[in-house]
Design a protein around this ligand. Structure first.
Ligand code: F6P
Length: 320
């Protein structure tokens, strides 16, 4: 393989830059050329590409976001869109493509690899950690640390003024960020879409802990479990206690990636190039029990990642 390409697609995630850097430098080390595609599949469709050199990826390992930019392209999910994308691949004599993104990215990548003679390998990168087949996605650890940092700050003020604070976090329709950050941040309750809950139970737990003398409470709500604002109102009405709501929003997705995310991205980027060079296609790089592995796009797409219920119970036990 002489020339490969790389793009980032979907929501950005901290560590995407480290993954691009690893793809570029590993490929050049293996005597391949690398073409960077701007704004994900949109750039592939309109031919927005640039050759990447070793120096193109200097000084980015520590930066959040993605210097290639990213986008969610509806057009790539059409046959016509993918035909235009193929034109870019063909005219630039590209033989392999590394796509860095989430499950939507891999769905499109799978279709593309089925229709056209091109090696396609995916690197899972999303703060949501909702991709089956891999224990971690690039960006999750940084997002969790961002949330824990925010919870620590919120707790300082919540304890001082003896308040309940509902903290709404991202995660799309899953509770991975909420659970991991809630456990680490000592949240009194964690509400996630995977586990049914009742507001009355949340209020009852607050009442019990208040009887014991605890005069503040942090409730972490995954966005997929309901609106933080509404849940805050219900808790305020149910307990009669002073309640505030903080929606963390996009602050969770920014910032310098943690060492864990940088290293995960670096290992996955290098492995993606190795697999393309070995003639593999339609596979996503993964990490399982600390080992870098791979899984077919077909399996990624048909499964749903399950939440760790043991961590969920533990968080409940420890927060009384
Ligand atoms: O998938 C990453 C994510 O940050 C989700 O957690 C969130 O639901 C969504 O993207 C937000 O997307 P946007 O930035 O387009 O509003």
């Amino acid at each position: 393989m002489k020339r490969i390409s790389v793009l980032t697609s979907g929501g950005d995630a901290p560590g995407m830059n480290a993954a691009i850097r690893a793809v570029v430098r590993r490929a050049i080390y293996d005597n391949m050329e690398v073409i960077g595609i701007k704004r994900g599949y949109s750039g592939l469709i309109c031919g927005d590409v640039e050759p990447l050199k070793i120096s193109s990826v200097a000084d980015i390992v520590q930066r959040g976001g993605t210097f290639l930019r990213t986008a969610r392209s509806e057009e790539f999910y059409t046959t016509q869109g993918r035909l235009k994308a193929w034109e870019t691949i063909r005219s630039n004599q590209i033989e392999g493509l590394v796509v860095i993104g989430g499950d939507g990215t891999f769905r499109g990548a799978r279709e593309f690899a089925l229709e056209y003679p091109l090696g396609v390998i995916g690197i899972p990168a999303t703060i949501d950690n909702d991709i089956p087949g891999t224990d971690f996605t690039v960006g999750f650890d940084t997002a969790v640390n961002n949330v824990v940092d925010a919870i620590n700050k919120i707790r300082d003020t919540a304890t001082s003024v003896e308040r309940i604070v509902v903290v709404e976090v991202m995660g799309h329709d899953t509770g991975f960020i909420a659970l991991e950050a809630g456990l680490a941040g000592g949240a009194e309750s964690i509400l996630i879409p995977e586990v049914p809950f009742s507001i009355e139970d949340v209020c009852e737990k607050i009442r019990l802990t208040y009887k014991r003398g605890k005069l503040h409470s942090i409730i972490v709500v995954a966005e997929g479990a309901g609106s933080g604002q509404e849940i805050g109102e219900q808790i305020k009405n149910g307990t009669g206690l002073d309640t505030r709501v903080t929606i963390l929003g996009h602050i969770q997705r920014g910032g310098s990636p943690t060492a864990f995310d940088r290293n995960l991205a670096s290992k996955m980027g290098s492995k993606a190039v190795e697999m393309l060079a070995a003639g593999c296609t339609k596979k996503m790089i993964a990490i399982e029990a600390g080992k870098i592995t791979s899984i077919d796009f077909d399996d990624v797409i048909k499964q749903k990642k399950s939440i760790d219920l043991e961590s969920y119970s533990l968080a409940n036990i420890l927060s009384f």
